[in-house]
Design a protein around this ligand. Structure first.
Ligand SMILES: C[S@@+](CC[C@H](N)C(=O)[O-])C[C@H]1O[C@@H](n2cnc3c(N)ncnc32)[C@H](O)[C@@H]1O
Length: 265
């Protein structure tokens, strides 16, 4: 078995079982616990999903690839029901089995176990590739970019959402945790250079960073101010991140996650 096939197998099994070591569980606790609570309170996810839906535009004539769909996120069913043709692919059999059962009554919607980079993946001419939490799983960014170009139509769009490793605090945290991380072999949060590789290869029509200033919202709990004031301040920081990261590279790089709407050049 080739190195990549072995790694895909390992990654597929990781997502099948979601078995994490202690360090990865601690990181997930921070990410899914405290951070997700903040994200929910200030409606980060809600804003991201609304933005992605606006980026999708009219899907009625579009052939869509939900890349790395796992069992489908909030927008997978939206894509499947609104597009001309929907295909979800993932390395995890469990994820695909889950999504397939949700898709069973939707015409022209399908989900298969497949490696995006594999020669066995013959489908192409996608008008839209949706990759939520997926592009940072590819170590070889140039190879990924070539494949994204090969699989999209001439006006094809790619919508992504990935973690960034560009802010000093997150970089330090991630570096400390990385040696102990269960999924380090396929987790490559974007660096500055990664962003610039995408910028060189595609027209970045729009982008938004989240959890720049807002990632510090948890510390507002240390202040003797009302719950409402804390929430108001946290929301204000989120809106600043949202607005400023669209234009300023420096502000975008201070964020923890980045959404991009890319078009083939
Ligand atoms: C963080 S999960 C995101 C799942 C889903 N998009 C969501 O939003 O819940 C990343 C997924 O990408 C998939 N993946 C990683 N590399 C892939 C590849 N080469 N081909 C297909 N799927 C891949 C993994 O199996 C995993 O399920």
């Amino acid at each position: 078995m080739k190195k990549r096939e072995l790694l895909n197998k390992k990654q597929g099994e990781f997502y099948n079982t979601k078995k994490k070591n202690l360090a990865t569980r601690v990181w997930s606790y921070f990410r899914n616990g405290a951070l997700n609570r903040i994200k929910k309170e200030i409606e980060v996810e809600k804003d991201i999903y609304a933005l992605h839906v606006s980026w999708f535009g009219d899907l009625t004539e579009k052939k869509v690839l939900d890349l790395g769909c796992y069992a489908g996120n909030s927008l997978s069913m939206y894509l499947a029901t609104h597009s001309r043709q929907y295909l979800g692919i993932d390395l995890s059999e469990k994820g695909i089995a889950g999504l397939s059962s949700r898709l069973k009554d939707i015409p022209n919607a399908n989900a298969i176990v497949m490696d995006f980079l594999s020669d066995e993946f013959k489908e192409k001419d996608f008008d839209l590739i949706y990759a939520y939490g997926v592009l940072h799983h590819f170590k070889e960014v140039e190879e990924l970019i070539e494949k994204l170009k090969e699989k999209t139509t001439s006006n094809g769009l790619i919508i992504s959402h990935d973690p960034l490793q560009t802010s000093l605090s997150i970089n330090i945290l991630r570096r400390l945790y990385r040696p102990f991380q269960s999924d380090k072999e396929w987790e490559w949060p974007f660096r500055r250079a990664t962003y610039y590789q995408f910028e060189k290869a595609f027209e970045i029509k729009e982008r938004r960073g989240v959890l720049g200033k807002a990632k510090w919202s948890g510390f507002l709990n240390l202040l003797p101010i009302s719950q409402n004031s804390k929430l108001g301040k946290a929301k204000e920081w989120h809106l600043q991140d949202w607005k400023i990261s669209a234009e300023s590279d420096e502000h975008m790089f201070s964020c923890m996650h980045l959404s991009m709407l890319m078009k083939k050049k």
